[in-house]
Design a protein around this ligand. Sequence first.
Ligand SMILES: Nc1nc2c(ncn2[C@@H]2O[C@H](COP(=O)(O)OP(=O)(O)OP(=O)(O)O)[C@@H](O)[C@H]2O)c(=O)[nH]1
Ligand SMILES: [Mg+2]
Length: 298
Amino acid sequence: MSTRSGFIGLAGRPNVGKSTLVNALVGSHVAIVSVRPQTTRRAIRGVATDLEAETQLVLVDLPGVQRPRDALTKRMQSRVERELAESDVALLVVNGEEGVGPGDRFIAGLLKAARTEIPVICAVNKCDRIARRGTIDSLTEAAALPAVDEVFPISARAGTGLDELLHRLGELIPEGPYMYPPEDSSDQSSELLLAELIREQVLNRTRQEIPHSVEVKVQSVEPREDGLVTVVAEIWAETESQKGILIGRRGAKIGEIGTGARRSLERELEAQVHLDLNVRVRRNWRRDEDMLDRLGIE
Ligand SMILES: Nc1nc2c(ncn2[C@@H]2O[C@H](COP(=O)(O)OP(=O)(O)OP(=O)(O)O)[C@@H](O)[C@H]2O)c(=O)[nH]1
Ligand SMILES: [Mg+2]
């Protein structure tokens, strides 16, 4: 038997659970997840290799499709379009709890206009939150979307329906050699993954404009003889007032973020971590094209 391997591009509105689904299919925390919409900024490739079935799915987690507001969101949007054009299968994720809405129809329309020849699979997610009747309604609505070929009810969080989805995706990708070593789970550099894990803590512990204004940059990762790893990172905010909120009264907020981030880094690195976090103001980083280049947000 020969191997099969292919790219699965994930499309969907912000917050429907695309990154949660990528993590669940890959079986490891490669993409950050938060309660805030527009969490994902870069196209992250999660690799799911099944040695028995001889298939390798490269799941391309993408930013949620939205109307661009600034240089950052414009880049996110055009990345989504390019990635989908290069995929073997498009996986459209919708929120089954909310049902299919105009945003989903807009994205399905884009898929139809862009590439009619690649199969479009629709995953109706968050089925753990709805009763059977609601699931059937959401599936029916999803099946009626333009471009959608097949629908799968799933819960990325609870893990239900994922085997069926994986199996079908494995059938749809072309024959060919693996594109990543089977033991890999993502294409991200270790620094980028660690920065994202810190940003995940910021997103889940702040509100309003803060989540969108923040970027995290890891400056160094140094393992010591005794196994302790020192990670030095900067959290960027766009204004002094945002910096103040991030630090909090007597450093309470940054302390909370730091503790959560340290635990998350320790799980990832499987080592004790000393985390040195500094908050800095970088005005307008989201509008600065050179800065976005340097951040790898293409
Ligand atoms: N109940 C339930 N919640 C889920 C499920 N999947 C994801 N979520 C939650 O939905 C929220 C958004 O999840 P993400 O995976 O970050 O969503 P996303 O589509 O990647 O969002 P963007 O990156 O902003 O486009 C988080 O709070 C998740 O925990 C699910 O199957 N069931
Ligand atoms: Mg995401």
